[in-house]
Design a protein around this ligand. Structure first.
Ligand SMILES: [Zn+2]
Length: 158
């Protein structure tokens, strides 16, 4: 279903139709703050400005997939104890599952979890395959400073 909402552009003041869901909602000029022509100009301008810091996922040996799964379970338990329960606990995001097109029983699960203990303050993305555990990976979020080339700082969302 397509949902349209009438909006007033925060820059030029004209009224426009914002597509909140359905076909067209992922169009790059469909924005909930700016009309199509203003948003188009914003995108053109942003293309001229350099990216200063990029998020890069780097594969690591430690922590293991099992540690990430245990942390995810801990987060879920701690937050389920809240009243009302938080269904999307902090530090965890649910990403859609992927399937192996050659073997539908081989399901990929990707989780993002905040590290604990000696890994506190770091964010990990782990990927598991139900039938091919040799393809499991754990990656840590690193900051890639595009100006200095430095890649030694851990990425933080805030
Ligand atoms: Zn506008």
């Amino acid at each position: 279903m397509t949902t349209h909402r009438e909006k007033r552009c925060r820059h030029c003041g004209q009224r426009y139709s914002f597509t909140a869901s359905g076909p067209g909602c992922d169009n790059r000029v469909n924005n909930d703050r700016y009309c199509r022509s203003c948003q188009g100009e914003i995108l053109v301008t942003l293309r001229k400005l350099p990216i200063r810091v990029k998020l890069e996922w780097v594969e690591v040996e430690q922590p293991t997939v099992e540690m990430c799964e245990a942390w995810e379970k801990e987060w879920a338990e701690e937050h389920a104890a809240h009243d009302p329960p938080h269904f999307l606990p902090y530090g965890r995001r649910i990403l859609p599952c992927l399937f192996d097109m050659n073997d539908m029983g081989n399901v990929n699960y990707v989780g993002i979890v905040q590290g604990r203990g000696e890994f506190k303050g770091r964010q990990f993305r782990y990927s598991t395959w139900t039938k091919k555990p040799e393809n499991n990976t754990v990656k840590v979020a690193m900051e890639w400073n595009m100006e200095t080339g430095d890649k030694t700082a851990f990425w933080r969302d805030l």
